[in-house]
Design a binder for this molecule. Structure first.
Ligand code: NI
Length: 162
């Protein structure tokens, strides 16, 4: 395993629409392992393949990684939001946009369909932080960044409050 370099804004790969993963052989397994190590090293709660320069539809999320363990780690290949409901506003950051955070509207609940690292179909229902992390990482696969999701009303309100 290896810690990969995380691409930061305005790297072009962060703006590309990633292509579906079709093979689950050694190269993909290596990428997944490297992404896990990279995310743990960066103390992130999610990472998408474009963030390490690979324009493929592959994400990793975990909501209890603060102790550096790989428990509760979720690898989702070719993820799709099949259903979502509710709206919730909260603060987000991104490993590809260091020292920046903003409030972002997200769906409260998401139902995700995708594949696991072996290519088997999986379904995930998520709320709270896991839901938010999944939506953030799926955005990365479509070239969408936090900068595109800024809740301008809330940002303006904070500005006035200063
Ligand atoms: Ni991000």
């Amino acid at each position: 395993m290896a810690v990969l370099k995380i691409k930061t804004y305005p790297a072009k790969v962060l703006r590309q629409v990633a292509s579906p993963v079709k093979d689950f052989t050694g190269k993909t397994q290596q990428l997944i392992d490297d992404m896990i190590e990279t995310m743990l090293d960066a103390e992130g709660i999610g990472l998408a393949a474009p963030q390490v320069g690979v324009s493929k539809r592959l994400i990793i999320v975990g909501s209890s990684l603060k102790d550096g363990s790989a428990e509760d780690l979720l690898v989702v290949v070719n993820p799709e939001i099949a259903y979502s409901e509710g709206d919730v506003l909260s603060t987000e950051g991104c490993l590809s946009i260091p020292k920046f955070s903003t409030t972002v509207d997200r769906r409260a609940l998401v139902f995700i369909k995708g594949l696991d690292r072996e290519g088997n179909p999986i379904e995930i229902e998520a709320t709270r932080l896991l839901s938010r992390a999944l939506q953030h990482e799926i955005d990365h696969l479509n070239g969408i960044l936090l900068l595109d999701r800024v809740n301008t009303e809330d940002a303006a309100a904070q500005e006035i409050g200063k």
